[in-house]
Design a protein around this ligand. Sequence first.
Ligand code: ZN
Ligand code: FE
Length: 248
Amino acid sequence: MRVVAVPCLKDNYAYLVIDAGRAAVVDPGEAAPIEAALVREGVTLGAIWATHHHHDHVGGIQALVAAHPGIEVVASVVDAPKVPYVTRAVKDNDVVAFGALRATIIHNPAHTLGGITFFVEGCAFTGDTLFGAGCGRLFEGDAAMMHASLSRLATLPPETRVYFGHEYTASNLRFAAAVEPDNTAVARRASELTTPSTPSTMADELATNPFLRSTEPSVIAAARAHGANDETAISVFAAIRGWKDSFK
Ligand code: ZN
Ligand code: FE
């Protein structure tokens, strides 16, 4: 299996998951860059995997299905009504076969209620749930729901490669440094950052992503200074998420 990142729109990433001359495309926000990447890689399109219903992740589906009739379109059963041309609506722990590949579905609601991660061959396609050094906004769920979703992803093996939906890593690391000024892993990651920053690893995220670090004393102290009522992981997470929403 080989993964090719395909920049789309302003700062989105789609991904070709390539095996045996065929590609599944994760989150095609637009069709033209995907078609160009398929030609460049010399592969045919076999499936579309949507992490959630937002237009910047599914906007290319209509044109891709028209150009590649009969391909499978996978989305969460929860988001499926808002995703065009879904042929397979999945739920937590379902397994999606693509040739010899087997992708496990991890339901991680909060950014949208049907947000899913595709986990295949040590690679996690997290959409807008887990970003490089950040996490998605709480459009449809609350802080407790996002904390639970991220905590689940955090149990994936540390060597997991994390393929996220947007190139936000530089600004996310500026926020991470504000939360944890003494975190040397954050400073190192910021100084070594190159674009594209995708994929990261789960080990990177555990060391630097403030939204996975709600039980660290440094993060708890920052949350206390930004409105957390107590030191439970959810209160800490909620305060950090709220702070990030207005951070410049
Ligand atoms: Zn989104
Ligand atoms: Fe997005």
